[in-house]
Design a binder for this molecule. Structure first.
Ligand SMILES: [Zn+2]
Length: 133
């Protein structure tokens, strides 16, 4: 699957949900960990950690810690792919030193109130999706 055409190859529902997440700025903390590995948090009713492996624009592998298991790719991964697409278009990403474990725990806690505080793209809206009940 190619990073520039993945949207045509995944479930249209997952694609539109993922795009919605991306457009609502739910993808947080996108980082290129190594030359092929990307990592991000996606905020919905909960915050999920997504890792994606991309080698020369080919999406090799991905993972998300949400409970979605009805298809190969969940909307969180799709959202992160959109974010990576955008980032690749705008500026070459910097490879940062991976010291994420501790920070991510804090972010998860901080992220939980995000939608409530901001009012738009409410958690309820996303909650009714296919990912979780
Ligand atoms: Zn997910």
């Amino acid at each position: 699957m190619d990073i520039n055409s993945f949207s045509k190859e995944i479930d249209p529902k997952i694609n539109s949900r993922g795009k919605e997440y991306f457009q609502c700025d739910a993808v947080k903390d996108l980082e290129q960990i190594t030359s092929v590995k990307w990592s991000a948090c996606v905020e919905g009713s909960e915050t999920y950690s997504v890792d994606v492996i991309i080698n020369k624009n080919k999406i090799i592998d991905w993972s998300c810690d949400c409970p979605y298991d009805w298809g190969p790719m969940c909307k969180h991964v799709a959202a992160v792919l959109y974010a990576i697409q955008k980032q690749s278009e705008t500026a070459p990403a910097k490879v940062k030193h991976p010291a994420r474990q501790k920070r991510r725990k804090n972010q998860r806690r901080a992220g939980e109130g995000y939608f409530r505080k901001n009012g738009f793209c409410s958690a309820q809206k996303f909650c009714t999706g296919t990912c979780f009940g």
